[in-house]
Design a binder for this molecule. Structure first.
Ligand SMILES: [Zn+2]
Length: 215
C-alpha cells in the first residue's frame, strides 16, 4: 500500500473528528499532502469512517487523478487540492461542520479576537463567501478568503482548517469550534472585550513559535 502513514492518519483523524463531535456522519473530510511523493491521501466520499480501513482512504495526485484506492475521493476534493497547491506552508486540510462555528457561518459572522486562542488562526476567523458545496466556485472563494489565516468559516456550510501537519491542523479545527462556542456564550451574557491588534500580532507570533512550528 502506498502512502501508508498518511492514509492511516487520515482515517485516525476522521474518527477523532467524529469522536470529538466536530462533524457528523460522513459530513467532514481530511486530506494530507506528501510533497516528496507529490501525492495526497484524502478521505473517501460518503463512507462510515468507523467501518473503513486505511486502504479505503484514496490517494490522488495534486490534479485529482486517482492513483490508488477503489472508492470515490471526497466530494470536496477540489478545495482540498486548491488549498494544498496554493499554500506552500500547509500539508493538511480538515473540513468540518462543527456546530457552533457553523452557526456563526450561517449568520455570516466572523469570529472576532475575543480569546487569546483565536491567535492560532489569525487576528480573527474570517468567513468565506458562499458557493454551492463541491463546486470550483467554493474552492475559489476559500482560497481568496482564507489568505493570511489558518482557518475560515464557509458561509452557510461549515469550517475549513489548514496546518503544516495533521496534528496541528486538528488543533486549529478544534479551536475554531471552541472560539465560536465561547463567542456565542459571551454575547448571550453581554459584550465581549476584544483583544487589540498589537496583542493579536504578539499571540500569533507566539503560536507560530511554540504550537504551529513545523516539525
Ligand atoms: Zn461540508
Amino acid at each position: 500500500m502506498i502512502l501508508v502513514n498518511e492514509r492511516e492518519n487520515v482515517l485516525k483523524y476522521c474518527q477523532k473528528m467524529l469522536d470529538q463531535k466536530l462533524t457528523t456522519g460522513s459530513g467532514g473530510n481530511i486530506s494530507i499532502y506528501n510533497r516528496e511523493e507529490n501525492l495526497v491521501a484524502i478521505s473517501p466520499g460518503s463512507m462510515d469512517y468507523y467501518a473503513i480501513s486505511a486502504a479505503d482512504v484514496m490517494v490522488v495526485d495534486i490534479e485529482g487523478n486517482i492513483i490508488d484506492g477503489k472508492n470515490n475521493p471526497s466530494s470536496e476534493m477540489a478545495f482540498h487540492l486548491a488549498l494544498l497547491k496554493a499554500r506552500e506552508d500547509i500539508n493538511a486540510v480538515i473540513h468540518t461542520h462543527s456546530i457552533y462555528a457553523t452557526a456563526m457561518a450561517c449568520l455570516r459572522m466572523e469570529i472576532p479576537p475575543l480569546h487569546y486562542l483565536v491567535g492560532l488562526i489569525g487576528d480573527k476567523v474570517p468567513v468565506a463567501e458562499y458557493a454551492t458545496f463541491a463546486t470550483p466556485e467554493l474552492a475559489q472563494h476559500i482560497i481568496r478568503d482564507i489568505q493570511g489565516y489558518n482557518a475560515c468559516l464557509l458561509a452557510n456550510h461549515g469550517v475549513v482548517a489548514v496546518g503544516p501537519d495533521i496534528e496541528k491542523c486538528f488543533i486549529i479545527a478544534e479551536h475554531v469550534e471552541l472560539a465560536a462556542q465561547i463567542y456565542l456564550a459571551a454575547v448571550n451574557a453581554g459584550s465581549p472585550v476584544l483583544l487589540g491588534n498589537d496583542e493579536m500580532d504578539r499571540l500569533q507570533q507566539k503560536f507560530r513559535q511554540y504550537v504551529l512550528k513545523p516539525k
